[in-house]
Design a protein around this ligand. Sequence first.
Ligand code: NAP
Length: 306
Amino acid sequence: MSSSSHGFPPRKLPASQSGLRAGANSQDGQKYILVTGSNKGIGRAICQKLLEEHDDVSVFLCSRDVQRGQDAVKDIEKQVAKGKGRLTMIPLDTGSDESVQEAVGIVKQYTDSLYGIVNNAGVLLRGKVQESNNVNYFGPRRVNDAFLSMIPKGGRIVNIASASGPIFVSGCPDPALCQKLSQPWTIQGGLDELDEIASEPTHCRNGDSYGFSKALVSAYTWLLAKDHPDLVINAVTPGYINTDMTQGMGASNPPSKGAVPPVWLLMSQDLESVPTGRYYGSDCKRSPLDCYRGPGDPVYEGPDGK
Ligand SMILES: NC(=O)c1ccc[n+]([C@@H]2O[C@H](COP(=O)([O-])OP(=O)(O)OC[C@H]3O[C@@H](n4cnc5c(N)ncnc54)[C@H](OP(=O)(O)O)[C@@H]3O)[C@@H](O)[C@H]2O)c1
C-alpha cells in the first residue's frame, strides 16, 4: 500500500505552541500514526520502531504529561537520527473527554488524515474497576470516537489488550457475561450495551479489574471493526514485557519486543485480505477471547465468519 494512496495532505507547519515540538507534517506523503501513552514503555518503543523501520511514517507521541512527553521525544530523536522532523508530542490524557478533544484540535493543525491509531495507554489498578475501565476501556473508546473521522479507507486501529482478558473470561463465574465478552457478536445492544457492562463494577466479581478492562477492549475491538469494515481494526497483547507496569513481577522481555506485534498489525500487508476485529497473541497469531493461548500454541481459527 503506497503512502500516497491515503492522500495525506502536506500542510504548512503551525507555529510551535504550548511547548510542542513541530515536525509531523514536514514531509509530503507521510502516514500519520497516533500512539497514546507513549512517553515510556511499550508505547515509546512502538514510536521508535515505526520511525526506525518506516521512513514514510510520522508519529504523534501522546503523553498526559507534557514534560515526560518532551523528554521521550528528545530521547527517541537521539537514538533514531532519521526520525527527526517526524515525531511530534501531543498532550493527551485518555481518561479525560476534554483532553482528548483538545488533542484532536492540536493534531488537526498538522494533518486532516491519520493512517492509524495505537491505543496503548493503560494502567494496572487492582480492584479499582471504574478507574481502570476509565483508562483501559473508555480511553480507547474516547480516542477512537474522536479521531475516527480522520482515518480514511484502509487505515488502521490497534487496541492494546492483554492475555489478562481471556484469562479473566476463562475464570468468569457469570456465564452471560462470559458469553458477551468472548462472543461479542451476541451482544444485542452493541457498543451501548458494552459501555453499560463496563460502567457496572459488580461485573468484576473476582476483583481482577485489569483483566476485566482488557476483556472489554477485545470485545470492543470486534464491535468497532464490524461498524467500520473499511478499516483494519484489531486488538493484540504485546506479551509479557518488562516495563514500569510489570516492575517486580518477573517480566524480562524488553519494550522493543512488545512493540513488534502492534507495529505488525499497523504495517503488515498480510492483513489487507483477512477479516478484522480479531485479537492477536504476542506471536502475531489470532487468539481466542475466552482462554489463554501462548506464543507457539496452535493458532485459533475462530467460529465461521467471525
Ligand atoms: N507490560 C506488559 O507485560 C503488558 C502486557 C500486556 C498488555 N500491556 C499493555 O500495554 C500497554 C502499555 O503498557 P506498558 O507495559 O508499557 O506500561 P507503562 O510503562 O506503565 O506505560 C503505560 C503508559 O500509559 C500511560 N498512561 C496511563 N494512563 C494514562 C492516561 N490516562 N492517559 C494517557 N496516558 C496514560 C502512561 O503515562 P504516565 O507515564 O503519565 O503514567 C505510560 O506512558 C498498556 O495498555 C498495558 O495494559 C502490557
